[in-house]
Design a protein around this ligand. Structure first.
Ligand SMILES: NC(=O)C1=CN([C@@H]2O[C@H](COP(=O)(O)OP(=O)(O)OC[C@H]3O[C@@H](n4cnc5c(N)ncnc54)[C@H](O)[C@@H]3O)[C@@H](O)[C@H]2O)[C@H](O)CC1
Ligand SMILES: [K+]
Length: 518
């Protein structure tokens, strides 16, 4: 997992932190980690009486657990530590933490004790952290299954044991935490794939260390701050020509709705004009139901466009491939989604032409489409989402969002971000079409491609979260509801930005929606 080939989170580097950045007078990183975890625990179970069970493993994660135990005991809580390893085989810091705990009068048993009659106030997983090297089996797997069965709050230290800190893939028995206190920085595996399902609420305890540049997971969670500078008010003297011309190309027979969803999403975002080019010959006839969109035969889209998205309901017939081929030739910002990605995935010639484009290209695959682009299975994509997204971005020289739990945004030069908004209610038809419409809408309004993609992904998830707060979802959420909610969230961001400390506006920033009087 931490092979030299991809030192995403090199533990050795963390030791470097410990060695160089912390003068000996200050508590060790482990002392600070254990204390921070104790503070989180006290806050978590303030009103829950009874003993706390801390299960310690054979490495420094276990060391954190010993420090936490000593701190909680000193704070007056009843603590029970289970440690099955050989204290003499512990790494130095952890051995010292174990000795300090015992010297302070702490007790320790070699197997998980039975729960007290009233149950544990809290169970703590200090078995494995970022040092997990293989699937968890045997005694530790038994421990994890027993801990998962406890009716109390379940807290993981740094990473839930069994979860791959890079990929979010569970390896063998995996601790299912209700709360995770992670140290120094977020790890990618906490935010994507199965990570969010195993972490519960995450709290980052930075141990007052600024994560150094080589710790790429730090700060890679998407926040509006990444595109705050683009949220500029619109001048009162506005007209639609200032806000771009977007086009959606797709809507083959029986799939017109997909293109219309994308079109509406782009328009509701504030794009000046939105054309929807339909391959279904009868498609444009429904324009009476969508007067705000300009429905056209696919072949009759205007030459002058600010941005183009191709894919929603495109189909994979020859006519679809022909439309894709001509779209790739247009040097304008381009979004490829759905069947456009499937056509590219099966045609190396199209891949070559895509990679040779000069204008920005954005790809929005879900895991199966990503597998077709890479020639691997969906399961292989999910097993390492980060690398899959980075590899597509590198090969096709495009910006990529690999959709799913913890959507990953990857850039051709190897940078990446993980989005934390959204919920399982988004696993329904049409959501991808809406995302495509939001992204092409931001592009048409002059947003740089990276900001357009990050904002579109974050906004779409935030729209679903807003609906969930209003009681809609995660069951039965519809794609078109997220269009209206996205408009509301985006307006909120604009109001907040307008009232907040607007950063200096980038020179090319085209004004966006203004809210009310100046
Ligand atoms: N400066 C630091 O390094 C800090 C670390 N912190 C905590 O330490 C862990 C990382 O510690 P490490 O010893 O590298 O690894 P783990 O404790 O996660 O456990 C590895 C340990 O377990 C063995 N092992 C690995 N996989 C298995 C398995 N499937 N079955 C059995 N045994 C396994 C392996 O051989 C090692 O002995 C980090 O997560 C933090 O919690 C501090 O918090 C901050 C400073
Ligand atoms: K752990």
């Amino acid at each position: 997992m931490y092979s030299a080939s991809r030192p995403i989170y090199p533990v050795a580097g963390i030791r470097e932190i410990e060695g160089k950045l912390i003068p000996s007078a200050r508590p060790s990183l482990m002392e600070r980690a254990g204390r921070a975890a104790a503070e989180d625990a006290v806050r978590l179970i303030m009103d829950r009486p009874g003993p706390i069970l801390i299960a310690c493993g054979p490495g420094n994660n276990g060391g954190d657990g010993f420090v936490m135990a000593r701190q909680l005991a000193q704070a007056g809580r009843e603590v029970q530590v289970a440690f099955a390893g050989d204290a003499h085989a512990l790494p130095a810091d952890a051995a010292k933490a174990c000795a300090d705990y015992l010297a302070s009068g702490g007790n320790m048993v070699s197997d998980l004790p039975a729960a007290p009659a009233q149950g544990w106030a809290l169970v703590v997983d200090a078995i494995f952290g970022i040092g997990l090297k293989r699937p968890v089996e045997g005694r530790y797997a038994e421990w994890i299954r027993t801990l998962n069965a406890q009716p109390s709050p379940r807290m993981a230290l740094d990473v839930p044991s069994g979860l791959d800190a890079d990929t979010g893939q569970p390896l063998g028995a995996t601790f299912r935490a209700s709360h995770t206190t992670t140290f120094i920085a977020l790890k990618p595996g906490l935010l994507t794939n199965d990570g969010p399902d195993y972490c519960g609420e995450i709290n980052v305890q930075r141990l007052d260390i600024d994560p150094p540049a080589w710790l790429p997971a730090a700060g890679h969670a998407v926040t509006p701050a990444l595109f705050r500078a683009r949220l500029v008010p619109r001048p009162r003297n506005s007209h639609k020509g200032l806000y771009g011309d977007a086009a959606i190309l797709g809507g083959n027979a029986g799939m017109v709705g997909a293109a219309l969803l994308a079109g509406r999403a782009a328009l509701w975002l504030g794009t000046g004009r939105v054309y929807v080019g339909l391959l279904d010959p009868n498609g444009p006839a429904v324009d009476f139901a969508h007067p705000e969109l300009m429905l056209r035969q696919a072949s009759r889209l205007p030459e002058r466009l600010s941005a183009l998205a191709i894919g929603p309901g495109l189909g994979t017939e020859d006519s679809s491939a022909a439309e894709l081929s001509s779209a790739l030739a247009r040097e304008l910002p381009l979004v490829l989604d759905a069947d456009a990605l499937n056509l590219v995935g099966r045609d190396p010639g199209l891949q070559g032409r895509l990679a040779a484009r000069q204008a920005p290209t954005i790809l929005t695959p879900h895991p199966a489409e990503a597998g077709r682009l890479l020639g691997i299975t969906t399961a292989a994509v999910q097993a390492d989402r980060l690398q899959a997204a980075l590899e597509i971005a590198r090969r096709l020289r495009a910006l990529v969002v690999l959709k799913g739990c913890g959507s990953i945004i990857a850039t051709p030069d190897g940078r990446w971000f993980i989005n934390g908004t959204g919920h399982p209610g988004m696993a329904s038809a049409g959501m991808g079409d809406v995302l495509t419409g939001l992204v092409v809408g931001f592009l048409a309004q002059g947003w740089p491609a990276e900001a357009a993609l990050i904002a579109g992904v974050h906004l779409h998830g935030a729209a679903a979260d807003r609906l969930a707060r209003e009681g809609i979802g995660p069951i039965g959420l519809s794609a078109s509801e997220t269009i209206d909610a996205a408009r509301g969230v985006f307006n909120g961001w604009l109001i907040e930005a307008q009232q907040g400390d607007l950063r200096e506006k980038p020179r090319d920033a085209r004004p966006l929606l203004s809210l009310g009087a100046r």
